[in-house]
Design a protein around this ligand. Structure first.
Ligand SMILES: Cc1cc2nc3c(=O)[nH]c(=O)nc-3n(C[C@H](O)[C@H](O)[C@H](O)COP(=O)(O)O)c2cc1C
Length: 260
């Protein structure tokens, strides 16, 4: 009796790849190869998608002048212009609107249908990043895309029912010396016990102890990188002290989203 050959086991390589992730903000000038983009996007399209609706799309910004303008609109983030490639990740129900219109049907919209696009686009984007990283590229998400979103919208001529969510820089990482402060090193994450619970959410006291543990690790991380006195909860408190980007609801509603 012959036995079927067992499937190759890539689990160690895959988990090592995930564990080695760092955002990359310094890139070489090498443009992103087209074949590589198509390979990565094709693989990422296999991401799970709510009811197979595939409610996302990806705009690759090729125009040099638009890249320069976007770098400014994203808050002066140099890497938006300098990375081998820059993409805008969008949630969208435009294809669904087209299908409904052609069928003479109404397309229902509410917070659920908006969230669905955000979830689908994010799952796709993260798979895309893993694919690019597996192909030797560095990546950096750009939430700064939402800072002046109405201007981004005009620049890229975004149609109705398409919701730009964040940018994505992709390219060959610049080789940097290990003592260069720009050299990306993996950032510590919360202890596993602070994100994985059995059956019920832990007490606040238990959570605060785990957060203190993480603060100590992050303080050491920042100290080694020339920023002593910084920790994780301090950053959280600063980040959440006042609401950001309050015009977003109006923007997404102007594109056809309903948020109630
Ligand atoms: C949705 C999203 C938006 C982000 N926006 C930015 C950004 O505008 N600029 C930037 O330099 N990094 C941005 N980042 C990268 C985060 O700062 C980074 O992932 C985080 O600090 C953890 O570091 P690491 O990716 O190196 O592990 C973003 C990440 C995510 C997931």
């Amino acid at each position: 009796m012959t036995t079927a050959p067992s499937a190759p086991d890539f689990s160690d390589q895959l988990l090592d790849l995930l564990a080695s992730h760092t955002s990359v903000r310094a890139f070489t000038e090498k443009p992103l190869d087209d074949a590589l983009v198509r390979r990565a996007v094709g693989a990422a399209q296999m991401a799970s998608t709510s009811s197979h609706v595939q409610a996302y799309s990806l705009i690759r910004v090729r125009s040099t002048s638009n890249r320069a303008e976007l770098a400014e609109l994203c808050g002066g983030q140099e890497q938006v212009q300098s990375a081998g490639g820059f993409f805008v990740v969008c949630g969208e129900v435009r294809r669904h609107a087209l299908a409904a219109e052609r069928a003479g049907e109404n397309m229902a919209r509410n917070l659920e249908s908006f969230l669905l696009t955000v979830i689908d686009a994010s799952l796709f984007a993260e798979k895309l990043c893993v694919a690019f990283e597996g192909l030797g590229q560095g990546i950096c998400y750009i939430g700064g895309l939402r800072t002046r979103l109405a201007e981004v919208d005009r620049l890229l001529d975004i149609p109705e029912h398409v919701y730009p969510l964040f940018g994505l820089c992709v390219g060959e990482p610049e080789p940097l010396d290990s003592d260069d402060p720009r050299k990306p090193v993996p950032k510590p994450r919360l202890p596993l016990e602070a994100v994985l619970f059995d059956d019920r959410y832990p007490s606040d006291a238990a959570m605060l102890r785990l957060m203190d543990e993480h603060d100590a690790k992050m303080e050491a991380h920042y100290s080694e990188r020339g920023r002593p006195g910084h920790n994780w909860t301090g950053g959280l408190v600063r980040r959440m002290a006042k609401p950001l980007r309050e015009e977003l609801a109006a923007y997404y509603q102007s594109k056809g989203a309903r948020l109630e």
